[in-house]
Ligand binder design. Structure first.
Ligand SMILES: Cc1ncc(C[n+]2csc(CCOP(=O)(O)OP(=O)(O)O)c2C)c(N)n1
Length: 615
């Protein structure tokens, strides 16, 4: 039983609301807070200053960068990522990163300062509660929980409520607005719990009958399949249920694929891994999904921890529907049956589900012949088919660099415990398709929202949270310029984060996409021309902020630079930026031709008045 009183303030000690808030953060194991201070945060900043041995306040360059760092910190540590910023523009700047964390299942706790209540409604600088900017309403609309600390008497309840939301499963983002004067108020009565278990709990159980049914369905199938989403990440890593799932699929010969967001939660080099399904998927899953002559049809699917959104399903392609039961397990009941009709929907935490499935399966001996047949079929697919759409690109030594070849070099250079953070842009396609990730190596993305700049900031928070690991971001040059000023934050705090910048002087994912859907026959390069970035010297940009920066033009150079960069990052805490000049014309394999989305109807052609004339 957790004690509830041992951390109470000492007799005679009085605590302010701000001090109580910091006690809760300490209880959750938080040791870094990310943000930019300001007028509405003065009381909190004084408290943080006085506890600087306990909390390091990381001064970021932009509040969204701070929120991405908090997200990266959460992903590396499992502890809440805390953002603390000022009111008004500080609060709105932090919104994108907070909203993205909420959609990515990351526990991010955003604390925004607010002006003293006595000035509400009078036009005080940066007021955002009783003016036309309603910060609480904005965060209520974009995160799991938002409240205002209006009085010391309810502060403790609201702080605990925020943490309950952020640390729920799936993890979420929560927000508190903190009027400056309230943070300084003395609490009239206070007890500080000794353990978070006193005020929050997560689901541990599963409906046994339903697990039993799921097991029966899977074992009755001739050609079952498992699809894992990012919702499995925490459970598999921290509870050890990933290893149980590996044992389970080996026992029954069941192949496993993941979504791009869940990439690497199942070892991708395992014999039964079909790697990624969905955006930029591996070439293997299609051969299990489609019926081959003389073999049984794909006839059962077990989905764990995926909300089955657009990018995880090839736009809900019917090919994912088995000729048999579709079983979906998720704690978020809103996503069960949303994309595909289910034969069995189970509301459960996936780690507990796998534990019970594994226990129950001990009583179900596998059909050895069927298991061997399935394993042989998976082995045949993997022997006869490349996982890559273009193995030549992967093996290329050309200059400018084929991005697929760049992934090859990273794959060879990175340490086994590396944490790879993927931004939004073409890096998504290259990495989902060409990396092969085995735990403890991890790859993280955020494909529900896909904001450019996510990995640029997140890699700093990840490295702060896990300094012993190699932390690397793969980002486009557009995204790097959007939040690249955070390199300066890393330099300031001696954080050895590594950025690999795919330099093509273009917002290439979008220009290539426009050219695909809306080709201009007269001027085929027009999209590239319109979305060019202007050849910024990114080495100088990075160096000016204190990083070591390198220009590489070939896989060979990349191979030479990577060990140097990894070593300097990990041993000397120096940020490293590698500007990789890639072939702009290479197009990532977003859509396997098998599941190509239909092109939208051509727009009506504008009257031709003359080239370049606006209609
Ligand atoms: C904040 C934000 N704005 C706009 C977009 C739309 N978008 C998606 S990818 C992309 C281009 C990214 O360019 P870059 O970072 O240079 O990567 P590239 O695709 O060229 O490799 C844009 C504009 C987005 N995802 N996020």
């Amino acid at each position: 039983m957790p004690k509830i009183a041992s951390a109470q303030p000492a007799a005679g000690e009085s605590l302010s609301v701000g001090q109580v808030l910091l006690r809760y953060l300490a209880l959750e194991g938080v040791d870094h807070i990310f943000g930019i201070p300001g007028g509405a945060l003065t009381i909190m900043m004084e408290l943080v200053k006085n506890q600087r041995d306990r909390f390091k306040y990381v001064i970021c360059r932009h509040e969204t960068g701070a929120a991405y760092m908090a997200d990266g910190y959460y992903r590396a540590t499992g502890r809440p990522g805390v953002v603390m910023v000022t009111s008004g523009p500080g609060a709105t700047n932090a919104l994108t990163g907070t909203m993205n964390a909420d959609n990515s299942g990351s526990a991010v706790f955003t604390l925004t300062g607010e002006v003293n209540e006595q000035f509400f409604g009078k036009g005080y600088l940066q007021e955002g509660l009783d003016a036309r900017l309603d910060i609480n309403a904005i965060y209520q609309a974009a995160s799991a929980y938002s409240a205002v600390l209006v009085d010391q008497s309810d502060a403790q309840a609201l702080i605990a409520q925020s943490l309950r939301n952020a640390m729920s499963i799936p993890r979420r983002a929560a927000h508190l607005s903190m009027p400056n004067n309230v943070m300084g108020e003395t609490m009239s009565s206070v007890y500080i719990p000794a353990d978070p278990a006193v005020y929050r709990a997560t689901p541990q159980g599963v409906p046994h009958k339903q697990v039993h049914r799921a097991l029966d369905m899977i074992l009755a199938a001739k050609r079952p399949l498992i699809l894992l989403g990012a919702g499995c990440r925490e459970a598999f890593r921290d509870r050890g249920s990933g290893a149980l799932l590996v044992d389970f699929v080996e026992r029954y010969g069941i192949p496993v694929m993941t979504t791009a967001d869940g990439k690497g939660v199942f070892p991708e080099k395992h014999d039964l891994s079909l790697r990624v399904y969905g955006i930029a998927d591996c070439m293997w899953p299609q051969f299990w999904l489609q019926q081959a002559p003389g073999s049984p049809p794909y006839d059962a699917l077990l989905v764990l921890g995926s909300s089955l959104g657009e990018l995880s399903t090839n736009m809900w392609h019917p090919m994912l529907m088995p000729q048999g039961p579709f079983i979906q397990v998720d704690l978020d009941q809103r996503v069960i049956g949303r994309a595909f009709d289910v034969a069995l929907g189970i509301v459960a935490e996936v780690g507990a589900f796998v534990e019970v499935l594994s226990e129950m399966s001990a009583r179900c001996p596998p059909d050895a012949a069927a298991v061997e047949e399935r394993k042989a079929l998976v082995a045949r697919i993997k022997k006869t088919q490349s996982p890559f759409i273009d193995p030549g690109q992967y093996a290329s030594d050309a200059s400018p660099i084929e991005p697929a070849a760049l992934v090859r070099v990273l794959q060879q250079s990175l340490t086994d415990d590396a944490m790879i953070l993927i931004d939004a842009g073409n890096c998504v396609g290259w990495s989902a398709h060409y990396f092969a990730i085995d735990p403890p190596q991890e790859i993280h993305s955020c494909l529900s929202m896909g904001p450019m700049g996510f990995a640029v900031g997140a890699v700093v928070g990840a490295k702060i949270g896990a300094p012993q690991r190699t932390c690397l971001a793969l980002v486009g040059d557009g995204a790097f310029m959007m939040h690249g000023a955070e390199v300066s934050t890393a330099s300031r705090y001696k954080v050895g984060a590594i950025w690999i910048v795919l330099c093509d002087d273009n917002l290439n994912m979008v220009s290539q996409g426009e050219a695909f859907f809306f080709p201009d026959k007269q001027d085929p390069d027009i999209w590239t021309e319109l979305y060019a970035l202007g050849n910024t010297n990114l080495e100088l940009f990075a160096k000016s902020m204190g990083a070591d920066a390198y220009r590489v033009d070939s896989p060979r150079e990349m191979q030479r630079i990577m060990p140097i960069a990894i070593n300097l990052a990990n041993t000397e805490g120096r940020p490293q930026v590698v500007i990789a000049h890639i072939d702009r014309k290479s197009i990532p394999p977003y859509y396997n031709p098998q599941y190509l989305p239909p092109r939208p109807p051509a727009p009506p052609s504008p009257p031709t008045i003359g080239k370049g004339t606006e209609s």
